[in-house]
Write a protein that binds this ligand. Structure first.
Ligand code: UDP
Length: 246
């Protein structure tokens, strides 16, 4: 049946990904582009082959998570090397962040030392809204605004928090085997027509901080954020290690 899924019109062009309808209302085709942005679109550029690398990395990651008990939207490869077929889901407008080491916005917000290690995966939420600037949101506020956050009850919020911490543990072990330390990452969830909440969006060097364990070199979007040079090296290096693993 899946061979019969064909790409149709573009329905959404995001900052880094394009979403296409398919001939089935239950599936979408998600295409990773070479566009890169930081600071809520304040800084933009194009990185050759980033779309292919991110799609391959994210697809391998989602397959690994699915095999380890995390329900995801991943279905199969798409019509080209930078795209995949996914289950259509209503996106929950929360960015769920998991940290192992404090850095980035966390350190800016709380004026804490960069490099502080957490004993357990540290999960926090931001409300996904470009116009509001993706502000931090706490559990109480998420539950007080179900029409905005699309979280119906505490059980759903607990599930998302549990999945994110579990993804963190699975992914940090996955990357450690590849000689890479996972510093932090962001995930997004959606709800499919049955009501089930599943992992959606992407997990790639655009949404994770990844550091080479031996050299300490950054292999993620921080190379672009911090003007460290050779931005594509991070994507290519992570792709090489992830694909040689499987
Ligand atoms: N992140 C993301 N999208 C966002 C914000 C953060 O993918 O809109 C990722 C980011 O790449 C990092 C983690 O979430 O791996 C934590 O980011 P942080 O909150 O420190 O924000 P930043 O410093 O990136 O603004």
């Amino acid at each position: 049946m899946l061979e019969q899924i064909t790409r149709q019109n573009l329905i959404h062009a995001g900052k880094a990904n394009n979403v296409y309808a398919t001939n089935s209302p239950d599936y979408l085709e998600l295409e990773a582009s070479d566009r890169i942005s930081a600071g809520n679109g304040a800084k933009t550029d194009v990185v050759t082959n980033k779309g292919v690398a991110n799609n391959q990395i994210s697809s391998a990651t989602f397959k690994f998570l699915e095999e380890n008990g995390i329900p995801t939207h991943y279905v199969c490869e798409g019509s080209n090397k930078s795209s995949k077929i996914v289950k259509a889901a209503e996106m929950i407008p929360l960015e769920v962040i998991c940290r192992f080491v404090a850095t980035g916005s966390f350190c800016k917000r709380y004026e804490c030392e960069d490099g502080l290690e957490f004993d357990e995966p540290f999960v926090e939420f931001t409300f996904k809204s470009d116009s509001a600037g993706d502000p931090p949101i706490d559990r109480k506020t998420i539950l007080a605004l179900p029409e905005k956050t699309l979280i119906e009850d505490e059980r759903e919020l607990n599930l998302i928090e549990y999945y994110t911490a579990r993804i963190g543990i699975l992914l940090s072990e996955f990357y450690e085997r590849l000689g890479v330390k996972l510093i932090d990452f962001k995930v997004e969830f959606g709800r499919i027509s049955s009501g089930q909440i599943i992992l959606c969006d992407e997990i790639s060097p655009d949404t994770c901080r990844l550091v080479d364990i031996k050299t300490g070199e950054k292999l993620d979007k921080d190379r672009f954020r911090e003007d460290l040079g050779d931005v594509s090296k991070g994507y290519e290096e992570i792709l090489k290690r992830v694909t040689s693993n499987g």
